[in-house]
Design a protein around this ligand. Structure first.
Ligand code: 6PG
Length: 248
């Protein structure tokens, strides 16, 4: 189904099928780039099963770990030792088991403020990219993973917040979250997230159905505005898919 020109919705049976399909997208995007690969991970609970799956033997053996770099699309401004830290979750379930340490690019939270952390991550992304400007011909990321919150936020871009409108900076500090955990955040902006070959949303469970109805109906929520300059894919399980979008 194509809800707009650039959004492809793939319906899967359940969370296990969702993780398996997402894993194939990760492998396909990695295989499509014979050079250095950049993948931007996401926080929240939705990607956990995917991270666990990629750490299993059959998947780890299919992944060229030596040429893949791992970033994170948003971070809760809590210490790396805090279980709510998004990169800590990804490291614990996947990265620390398989990825070279120098290929893991966390958003720092042991700095003075979310703004300082954002400025540093933006510098790191620019240095990795080798350019100060986003180049439509050469996306920053091969793949960006995303989730959607109950208020329609994605990454840490909350509805009605000024950070959603950012057009210049790649990374911003977000002083206050709109949903739990109520800690400051650091988030990539819509233009930085869009600079990818594929953006892959994951949404599973009945609890996501109400917000997906709003997102797919075209409400101007951050999760609806977030898109890839390449391909945007929504992986949605049966329980989450709104009835009127089923089988379209
Ligand atoms: C975070 C996020 C956030 C998340 C959504 C969905 O730091 O919380 O990156 O954007 O992806 O809130 O969260 P769930 O997967 O837990 O539903």
């Amino acid at each position: 189904m194509s809800a707009n020109d650039n959004r492809h919705v793939i319906e899967v049976a359940d969370p296990a099928a969702l993780a398996a399909t997402a894993a194939e997208h990760v492998l396909a995007r990695t295989a499509a780039n014979r050079g250095r690969v950049a993948i931007c991970l996401t926080g929240g609970s939705s990607p956990k099963q995917l991270y666990q799956l990629l750490a299993t033997e059959s998947y780890r053996n299919r992944m060229p770990w030596h040429r893949v770099h791992w970033f994170i699309g948003d971070e809760r401004f809590v210490p790396a030792s805090d279980a709510r830290n998004n990169m800590t979750t990804a490291r614990g379930l996947l990265l620390d088991r398989v990825a070279p340490a120098s290929h893991i690019h966390p958003i720092l939270t042991d700095v003075a403020s979310p703004d300082e952390s954002a400025a540093r991550y933006e510098r790191e992304l620019k240095s990795f990219h080798g350019k100060d400007r986003l180049d439509p011909a050469r996306p920053l990321f091969d793949l960006v993973l995303m989730g959607v919150g109950p208020d329609g936020h994605t990454a840490s871009l909350f509805p009605g917040y000024p950070e959603v409108e950012e057009t210049t900076r790649w990374v911003v500090g977000v002083p206050k979250a709109n949903v739990a955990p109520f800690v400051a955040r650091v988030s990539l902006t819509l233009p930085a997230l869009a600079s990818c070959r594929e953006m892959l949303f994951e949404a599973a469970g009945e609890g996501k159905r109400a917000i997906l109805t709003r997102v797919f109906s075209g409400e101007r929520l951050p999760a609806a505005r977030a898109h890839s300059n390449g391909r945007t894919v929504w992986l949605v399980d049966n329980a989450a898919l709104p009835g009127n979008f089923r089988g379209n």
